[in-house]
Design a protein around this ligand. Structure first.
Ligand SMILES: [Fe+2]
Length: 347
């Protein structure tokens, strides 16, 4: 199976995938194009094959996945697309490389706020966009996104680029809840409170808290789990130990969450098997495996959350449908430029 998988990737890299379709179309196979890393999805796929007898072939890409499927056109062997972030899922739909799935099982597993109303994409797991706070220097245990614009945090907040998908979705949710004008005022306040020019990834913000460069950072929940248990780079354990997770707006509308998700490829040659896989990914069995491997939250209500994630505290997700929030992504991106968020606090 591993050899077959490597074969698919090698052929795809050589651009010859479309001419080698027969093997990929064999009965009992499902072809997955994935932005999610192999170590994250392999335990799930093994469980799927064991349960259904359907073999999986994975093409992992870290960029250009949508363009590849579009270029392959109706010859594309892609059945299921696995990716992260609402921005990428919307982009896949807009590019016309997905198809509608109307399935009772899938729809009963995945809450409506985490799937496309037209069935083009479905959330598989959620991740909260939370506030990392210094244990040493921040006393409070609650916070709101709105409060990040309060001058009391002047020079105290660190974040990655405002144009990153994770922040764009957060800002889009601020627009959805407050309207553009108020959201822009808020963003100006956030900019004024930055400790430095937005840079690095989410984990770099935890590192900056550890180093005393800032008191608050904005980051996704799963990175905290990845840092706590990082045997490869144990210094990350210290970063995580220096901070606590604050779930913004727990006492009102809830914390902004984003999703990892799946979509059925438009020309899926193995549609039935693809549907089986999508049903499986929404099942409690798969949800628990996924959530455990990457410290995400299962999208299925009531599915098990890993102990590490439970240790952060309880999340109350914002219940506004993600599709509604995502409509404001473009406005959010333009706002980041207009406000000059990525220029940092001084300009
Ligand atoms: Fe991430």
């Amino acid at each position: 199976m591993i050899a077959a998988r490597a074969g698919l990737a090698a052929l795809a890299a050589a651009g010859t995938l479309a001419t080698t379709l027969p093997a990929a179309q064999a009965e009992g196979t499902v072809n997955i194009y994935s932005y999610r890393q192999p170590f994250l999805i392999q335990p799930l796929l093994d469980a799927f094959t064991e349960k259904t007898g359907i073999e999986t072939e994975v093409l992992f890409l870290d960029k250009g996945l949508e363009d590849r499927i579009a270029a392959e056109g109706s010859n594309s062997p892609a059945d299921v697309i696995l990716t992260v972030d609402i921005g990428r899922l919307m982009n896949a739909k807009e590019k016309g490389i997905t198809q509608t799935v109307e399935d009772e099982t899938v729809n009963s597993e995945i809450p409506s706020e985490f799937r496309d109303p037209e069935g083009h994409w479905f959330g598989v797991t959620t991740r909260g966009r939370v506030v990392y706070a210094s244990k040493e220097r921040v006393e409070q245990d609650t916070i709101t996104y709105e409060e990040l614009a309060d001058p009391k945090w002047k020079g105290k907040i660190c974040m990655r680029s405002g144009q990153h998908n994770y922040n764009i979705a957060l800002f889009a949710s601020m627009i959805a809840h407050h309207g553009e004008e108020k959201a822009e005022e808020w963003m100006k306040g956030l900019k004024a409170n930055l400790a430095r020019k937005p840079s690095g990834n989410d984990r770099a913000q935890a590192q900056a808290i550890y180093a005393g460069e800032c008191d608050l950072g904005i980051g996704n929940t799963y990175y905290v789990g990845l840092m706590i248990n990082n045997e490869k780079e144990p210094e990350q354990k210290d970063w995580a130990a220096s901070m606590k997770v604050l779930f913004p707006n727990s006492e009102d509308r809830g914390t902004h969450v984003n999703i990892s998700g799946m979509a059925m490829a438009k020309h899926a040659p193995n549609r039935d098997n693809a549907l089986e896989l999508m049903r499986f990914l929404g099942s409690s069995e798969a949800q628990s495996i996924y959530a455990e491997t990457n410290y995400e939250y299962p999208v299925l209500p009531g599915a098990t959350v890993s102990e590490t994630v439970q240790s952060f505290g309880k999340i109350k997700p914002d219940s506004l449908p993600l599709a509604e929030i995502a409509k404001n992504r473009k406005a959010a991106s333009e706002m980041v430029d207009r406000v000059g968020l990525d220029d940092g606090p001084a300009s």
